[in-house]
Design a protein around this ligand. Structure first.
Ligand code: MIC
Ligand code: SF4
Length: 652
């Protein structure tokens, strides 16, 4: 009784710890997903753990990020992941089949199940009533092996949606409004649960847009109830039998509450360079634009695309604007093609891209110098587009499409009355680009599974290098500060992506050369020269993606500890998994007492951690600074062992 939906699903999956807010719990994971940019590392880690077949109900490996293939590296990674999938019992979604989150929603997500994915936008599945969480690759590897996934038992925030959206105001505007109110760090340690009569007015893909971009709040995840609309969506995907009704209890008790009247919402945009820098069209004004990109896991569903096609019909993209469109999946693309909407887009002058992440992660379509780009994506961190001074605004597909025609920021409500857009009764289901794993003769017999796994050859390329070396936590820490950074450092600062760097994801020594170069080009060289070092940072350190490379590259460069005002959830977990000590200031003002190249020491560190001491005294020159090292039983053991891989290997 009086449980939120989040608590119901969590409590049904707890295998370790107690259902108490703020305490660490281990949950059973039903499904996992990986994408290729984090997947190669995740599967190398899975191999290192050494379990012959995945133990989840469903694990899927998607190829969607690194599809540029500007050299052999990407294709080698795809081939490696394909062979691993075949060997270990994982479904393989081939390049061209679509963006992991969109395809997972269409073909695999099930209400009430737990899903972790090596991608921060895994919460997209929350649109279906799943408890879907983004995690580091190593956590996903452990979950594939049947291990629990550990999180802090979250607070639950109720977002009550009232009324109905006005014409041309969209789901994207709802999540932008939530971001405006809660900010990019407002969701840390929380699950955002949507309720209220307004929920019924939103289709599953619209709900998924909202849960997807809930990642930008720093939230553990976001979730919608599973209702009649969910049933219809699953039925249209030919999966009605997987539907279950799910909702919070009537008298559920929430930790925080927010109410949004959908009728009062207007089209919004997140302005450069943060998803919570939200303004209305009036506040922005009719500024001239250079580029429009429509797509990404946030806004690439059939519904989004049909609206875009309707707006583009019979029009031509403004002569000063480049418009690119990437439908989210093969299913979406096929259906657009069959109904003629694709022709409409091409006629209007849109540049059609393959169904993949593409420009969202800087894989092509970088804007011109200082260019103003309107994107339907979820992140607009500085430099992420591939153009350092690019000015990226995050908007709805409706705003993007109409602005592509006018050439200036345009409120889509100027289009007048909106026709009714409805999802089809049946989606075009064709899973021919998803390869099912090979099946051992006797799935119950461990020997047969092991023999079978030995027979399937893993195909490796020369760019695929092993996991970096880890060492158990040292007795004492004595190291210099190799970098000092400010607030809201994103993982895109720590480990940039884009067409040049992304192909190095399976080669930690090579990718480390680019670590933090967005902030300080000398960092990799300095860190290597120092041997061991410490990074100092501000609040919300490590926000954004789940890429564990943002921990593995510092590990490779000798970083032993990161001392900040506060951490983003996934990145903190990735640091611990890599055996890097996560420290926070007791008094944030002490941040000012440390400078680049200062020598830091923590005496008897190992002993203190072993004893479970969380407040430590750190020496910087003659100053003593109090820092917190909050580790629970399990994370303490992981740090002592030198990381999750060593810890898990020892356990297996
Ligand atoms: C992103 O949107 O930043 C990414 C690229 O999808 C990342 C994963 C990665 O870095 O590979 C994420 O969101 O976790
Ligand atoms: Fe891909 Fe962009 Fe979504 Fe990340 S946010 S999964 S890069 S589409």
């Amino acid at each position: 009784m009086n449980k939120t939906l989040t608590e119901k699903i969590l409590d049904a999956h707890i295998v370790d710890g107690k259902a108490e807010k703020g305490s660490e719990i281990g949950i059973r994971i039903d499904q996992t997903l990986t994408q290729d940019a984090t997947g190669t590392m995740a599967y190398l880690e899975y191999e290192a753990i050494g379990i012959p077949r995945v133990k989840t109900e469903r694990s899927v490996a998607y190829i969607d990020h690194n599809t540029l293939q500007n050299g052999f590296e990407n294709a080698d990674d795809h081939r490696f992941i394909g062979s691993v999938a075949k060997k270990y019992g994982i479904y393989y979604s081939r390049p061209g089949n679509g963006i992991c989150h969109q395809v997972h929603l269409e073909r695999f997500g099930i209400p009430g199940k737990t899903l972790i994915g090596s991608d921060s936008h895994t919460p997209t599945g929350g649109g279906l009533g799943m408890l879907a969480i983004g995690a580091g690759g190593l956590d996903v590897a452990v979950a594939m092996g049947g291990g629990a996934y550990y999180i802090t038992y979250p607070k639950v925030v109720k977002v009550e949606l009232k009324g109905k959206l006005n014409d041309w105001v969209s789901a994207k505007d709802i999540i932008l409004e939530v971001l405006r109110r809660m900010t990019v760090k407002g969701g840390v340690g929380k699950v955002i649960e949507y309720t209220g009569e307004g929920v019924k007015t939103l289709s599953v893909p619209e709900r998924a847009t909202i849960t997807n971009m809930g990642a930008e709040l720093g939230a553990t995840t976001s979730i919608f109830p599973s209702d009649e609309i969910t049933r219809e969506f699953l039925a249209a995907q030919g999966r009605e039998q997987q539907w279950v009704p799910l909702a919070a209890d009537e008298d559920a008790v929430y930790d925080e509450e927010i109410s949004i009247n959908l009728r009062n919402l207007v089209p919004l945009a997140a302005c450069p360079h943060s998803p919570d820098n939200v303004k209305t069209m009036d506040e922005i004004g009719e500024i001239k634009i250079d580029q429009v990109c429509i797509g990404s896991c946030t806004n690439s569903s059939l519904l989004d695309m049909l609206k875009v096609a309707h707006i583009l019909k019979g029009k031509t993209v403004h002569p000063d604007v480049s418009l690119s469109i990437a439908p989210g999946s093969k299913q979406v693309l096929t259906m657009l093609s069959k109904c003629g909407a694709l022709d409409t887009m091409i006629d209007a002058g849109a540049r059609i891209l393959e169904s993949a992440c593409g420009p969202c992660i800087g894989m092509g379509q970088s804007p011109n110098s200082g260019g103003i780009s309107l994107r339907t994506f979820n992140r607009n961190f500085e430099g992420r587009s591939g153009t350092k001074d690019g000015q990226i605004y995050l908007v709805s597909p409706e705003t993007a499409a109409v602005s592509a025609i006018t050439g200036v920021f345009t409120d889509p409500r100027t289009l007048g009355e909106m026709p009714k857009f409805e999802l089809p009764e049946k989606f075009d289901v064709n899973d021919n680009m998803i390869t099912a794993p090979a099946v051992p003769k006797n799935q119950e017999n461990p020997e047969s599974i092991a023999e079978f796994a030995e027979d399937v050859e893993i195909l490796r390329g020369p760019n695929i290098k092993p996991f970096p070396k880890t060492t158990p936590l040292a007795e004492n820490l004595q190291a210099k500060v190799s970098l000092k950074v400010g607030n809201n450092i994103t993982t895109d600062h720590i480990m940039p992506a884009g067409a040049k760097i992304l192909p190095l994801r399976s080669n930690i020594p090579a990718i480390s050369e680019h670590c933090f170069t967005a902030c300080d080009t000398e960092f990799p060289k300095r860190a290597k020269e120092l041997g061991s070092s410490v990074i100092v940072g501000g609040a919300n350190y490590g926000q954004g993606s789940s890429r564990e490379h943002a921990a593995l590259a510092p590990l490779y460069l000798g970083v032993k500890a990161v001392l900040v005002k506060s951490f983003a959830r996934i990145h903190r977990a990735n640091l611990i998994n890599a055996g890097i000590l996560p420290l926070t200031f007791v008094n944030e003002t002490d941040y000012d007492k440390i400078s680049l190249l200062d020598e830091i020491s923590l005496d008897n560190l190992r002993e203190k951690i072993q004893k479970g001491e969380s407040e430590l005294t750190l020496k910087v020159g003659n100053e003593e600074i109090k820092v917190l090292c909050e580790l629970t039983g399990r994370t303490k053991d992981i740090i002592l062992a030198g990381g999750l891989l060593d810890y898990t290997r020892a356990k297996v």
